[in-house]
Design a protein around this ligand. Sequence first.
Ligand SMILES: [Zn+2]
Length: 385
Amino acid sequence: MKSSFTRTLRFKVRSESYGWLGAAAVEVNQVFNFCNEAALLAATRTDLKRKWFTGFDLCNLTSGSSQYFERIGADTIQRICVEYAQKRSAAKRRRLRWRISRGARRSLGWIPFKAASLKRKGRALRFCGKTFRIFEAERLNDVKWGQGCFAQDAVGDWWLCLPVELPVEQRAASEESVGIDLGLKDIAVTSDGERLEAGRFYRGMEARIAQAQRRGHRRQAKRLHRKAARRRADALHQFSRRLVNQYETIFVGDVSSQKLVRTRMAKSVLDSGWCMLKRMLQYKGEHAGRSVEVVSERNTTRACSVCGALLGPTGMDMLAVRHWECSECGAGHDRDHNAARNIRYVGLRTQASVCGNELWHDMIPVEQDRPVLVRHGWGACYATA
Ligand SMILES: [Zn+2]
C-alpha cells in the first residue's frame, strides 16, 4: 500500500501580477518556438546529421540563454525543453503547433518552473525575483510541492498549479460495495439508487451563454462557461467523495458507445463527465485505501437484477424505455438502477473468483435459453430464462 499520493492544487493568482505573468508567458512562447524550430530543422536535415531531439539535447542547445530574457530563468527554460520534447514524442510529429503570443488566436499563458524556484515568503510566494500573492495561501501550509506551473484559463485569469504529496488516510467505510451505472439522463446511478443528474450544471446557463454570445460579450460567455464547468466539477467532487466515504469497493461500468448515440447533449460533455467521475473515484479511492474497479457492462441493462433473466430493454429502439417489468419474476425496474445493481453483481463475481469465495455468482447469464441459478448473499432463488 502506498503511503502517499500526488494531487495538483490550484490557486488563483491575484490580478496585480497578471501583467508580469503575461510578459513572462511571451518569453516562454519564444523558448518553446525556438525548440520547435530547432527540432524540426534537426529532424528534416538531408545529411547524416539528421536527429530526433530529446529534452536533453534541447536543454544543451538553450543553455546560457536565460541572460537574454528579462523574466524567466534557466529552470523554466529547461522545463520548457523537457515538456516540449515529451509532447512532441507523444504526438509523434516533427513539429508541434507554434505558441502564439498576440492576437485573437494567442495561446493560453503557461510558465513552468522547478520546485526549488518557487519559495514561500510569509503569506506570499517568491518566483524569479518577484513576489506573488495568491488566494487561499493557507492551503500551502505543511505541504511539499514538486515542479509546477502558472497557467492561464480562457477567461484570462492566472492560476498557480502545484503538485503536492499527501499522506494516505485509511478509514473504514460503512458499507461493503456499490455498483455505478454511467448514463445519459443521469451521469451516474448507484446500486443503492442514488443519482447524479446530468443536466443540472447547465440549467439556466445555456440561455445566458447564448444571450451573451449574441450580444458579442465574449468574455462574459467564457465566464459563464467556466462557471458551468466549475459547478459540474463541484457536483462530481461531492458525489465521488460521498461514495468513497461510504463504500469499501466501488464498481464502475465501462461506457458503451451505444449510449452515446441519439442524444441531444454534446458527446464531449458526457464523455468528460464520465471520465472526470472515474478519475475522481480512482484517486480519492486510492487516497482512502478503497478498491475501485471498472467492470464490463455487457448485458447489465438487459438482465433483471432480481432473477437474472435477459428480458430487459435492448438495442437502439429501446433506449427510451426508462422503466420495465420483468415478465419472469414480476419485479419492476428502473432501467439505470437495475443496471447499477447488475454492475455490482458482475464486479463482486469477478472479485469472488479471484479470492476463491464463490458465494456471489451466476448473475447475468450468457445464454438466454438455459436455466440459471441465481444466488445472492442473502438467499437463493431459481429462475428459468
Ligand atoms: Zn426478474
